[in-house]
Design a binder for this molecule. Sequence first.
Ligand code: FBP
Length: 550
Amino acid sequence: MKHSPLQIARAWYMPKMPVAFQTDIELEEGESTESVADQEEIKNLFPYTYGQPIVKFVPGKSQEYPKITVGVILSGGQAPGGHNVISGLFDGLKRLNPANKLYGFIGGPGGMVAHKYTELTKEIVDAYRNTGGFDIIGSDRTKLETEEQFNSCIDICKQLGINAIVIVGGDDSNTNACVLAEYFKQKITGIQVIGCPKTIDGDLKNEVIETSFGFDTACKVYSELIGNIQRDAASSKKYWHFIRLMGRSASHITLECALMSQPNITIISEEVAAKHMTLADVVDDIARIIIDRAAAGKNFGTVLIPEGLIEFIPAFSKLIQSLNNLLAQNDEFSALPTADEQREYIKGSLNEEDLVTFRSLPIGIARQLTRERDPHGNIQVSLIETEKLLIEMVAKRLAQLKAEGVYKGSFAAIPHFFGYEGRCAIPSNFDADYTYSLGYTSSLLIANGKSGYMASVRNLSEPASQWQPIGVPITMLMNMEQRNGKRKPVIRKALVNLNDAPFKYLEKNRREWAANHSSFIYPGPIQYFGPSEVCDQPTNTLLLEHGKEV
Ligand code: FBP
């Protein structure tokens, strides 16, 4: 197979590691923990894994570790660095005991249930070091929730002699990990389960997990593209670019890309919700900036839009909730043969308020809202073309204002959606290093008998040598939420906090960025080799959250 020069060079990259891994270690246990909310309910649902302590790695005596066999699963959407979790896990296991074995389940949690697996040998792992994608074993979004599924997982573990499973995933997948760990303990199987925080969305973070992997690389890829578009806009001076960015619910990606590229307009869903804005308010805000810029002779610019925006506008979030409840396992709806019949069915089932909101949407967008939910009950926001909706509404508003003599400019807009472009990029040095350490940490948690834990690495705004690996009990991150029309235990998603430094930085600077395109930043492509200040910088979000300058 032919490889690019960068692929060849990257294969030899040695991820930087925390010094903590250079010595023999032992675990130090902290106090017992509580879940972030709904403590009694979570405790009752997870009696075997609730309340475990956070664990730290401290220097210890050299030990002999018995042979173990581990199975790894990549779960959910792709995120740069997944392959390095596997290489870190593989190397960690082999360092503990060269006889240790690693299996990969093919095609995500669904592959484990269906007993599809492959042994991950050195040859296979070496071919994927520092590469993007999840193609080494693939992924899916199967939700593990039935006893039949759990027992099928136990069967395959017994068949392969697997002592522990590592689930690499986002909030839903690590909820899977927690549920599985609980079941395995309850059934006294001895099989351990460890999770790893993955998602480009950046919303799997909290006091003990500083960021999810993939966020760094994905934001850098999108910011490069935004920067290129901004230079094009500033050169031709004739287009407004409406750029929707992935990230499902939370606007972390949009915020980070704004900090990196300084666009004219940045919409943050969490702010829209906090200010109880309607869609018309959002449109008015955009139109106001377009009008001001037009008055200064600038009929061009950039608008960043988080893909989850619509869910944060109160009327739409209500509508989506009603649709979620209406469409959950609704065979009658699914059996309707045409889109028109489905639309009529929905119109006939919604209450008056939701119906007004539903009718206010262009038919195409309304249809996108009724598309099938993912197996975890999430609406598939990546399929909702909010950028086109906003262009249409802003154009209408500007036409009205032109008729009133308020607006004298010209408006030509181009829609963009950046999501899949960044999910499988070659991981940045940060993600390559971070994920390798997460895999390595997982091997140590397993060797020390832990289950129902997530691997975490802290102090990430410092050089990798100073990073601090820890183990975080997953029940600590959980609360109860409404999913598929039912109350379920899930890991709490971290939305953008409007009081935190990253948003405050945007808030302080956005007026100037709106008016002045000389504040555009052109981040350029990710650099993999070169000076550390060019190659190893973490995201602005991480730096600001740690009180650093950007
Ligand atoms: P994960 O949370 O599973 O990592 O997925 C994140 C994400 O990339 C979202 O940003 C996006 O909305 C969604 O996946 C798209 O899902 P799909 O890959 O199924 O189209």
